[in-house]
Design a protein around this ligand. Sequence first.
Ligand SMILES: [Zn+2]
Length: 396
Amino acid sequence: MISSRKNKTLLIDTEAVSALELLKDGLLTPATKLMNKKESEDVLKSGLINGQTFPFPFILAPSGNMNHEILKSLKPGEEVTLLSNDEEFAYLTVEEVFEIDPKERIIQIYGTSDLSHPGVDATISRIGTLAISGNFKIINNKISESKRLIDEAKSKINAKHITALMMAANPLHRAHERFIRQTLDSTDLLVIFLLKPYSETGLDFQIRKDSLEFFINNFLTKNNVVIVHLENSYIFAGYNEIILDAIVAKNYGCNRLTIGRNHAGLGMFYDSNSDKSIIDKMVGIDIEITVASEYVYCDKCTTLVSKNTCPHGQHHQISYHSDSILELLELGVLPPTLLIRKEISAHILSKLFPNRFKNLEKLYYDLLPVEGLLEEHTEKDFYLELMKLYQTTSLT
Ligand SMILES: [Zn+2]
């Protein structure tokens, strides 16, 4: 597509669009602009912008030969159009074009350039050797939907204290539920940032959102919880995730961020000799960060317990590993209800395997106690009824 302004054009991908939108909405403050060379160097040296922690330079360096040629030709003060998916996204007034080392950039973001590290391979192909700085104007700049939802929820219950929680809920299991409930207990409003990934791994976003909504609407005081999307682009990659989460949560007006003990980013920051983590090293970001305990199922306590308070040791405990629970679901196995709520399993299986049964009615009548002949049954209902049979305690 050719720019309507007869500008030169740069092609950027949806991850860059997402990061630029967050920046424009003020959600990445203290980062408020695309940095030039000097500003980038300052952040690299100090890890700070205006005295506040920011993990890496906020720059735009799109890859590709065409982009490279255009970037080389741009002059300060010239306007360039940023295109994404064949649509005009923004107009940028060039301040400076400068060289960067893509490999260095990867290390700044991921803490490693190891190609086997999740995300590194995909990101390295997105980064070019020239970065561009300058002010930009987003063409269809809509007010952040998430911001609106949070403000609405806040004023509805006149919330004074707001806690943020980031999760993928892939899938939503019992330890997540406990984590949510525990967090809600000590705050007025809980904002769950449901992470929307860019790669197509795991459950569809809508299925994860449905599960979370089902749980909130049926098992929590629902006016105290709001779900918003957070596009989980490369800037949130492993190494810096907690810092970026804290910055975004704070800019959305949250007073506290709670993270799980088994948070992927957290372990990396605990250096081996002390309990000092990245959290203690953050400067000037005015948000309280708490680390929740890890919940496990203990077969001696016969319930979900915090690992800190159950004395029975690992051989009695089941940890909640989302990836393994997801594997059961993806193979079509109905997980035990101590791992995942049956209504949620039933919903997920009915979405993952639509119309899998040749003759659902026959299965119903043959295997289940059914009342009337004319009842209509869905596959979701079938899983729920089947679960009742699994839970029947005679003849075990
Ligand atoms: Zn126990």
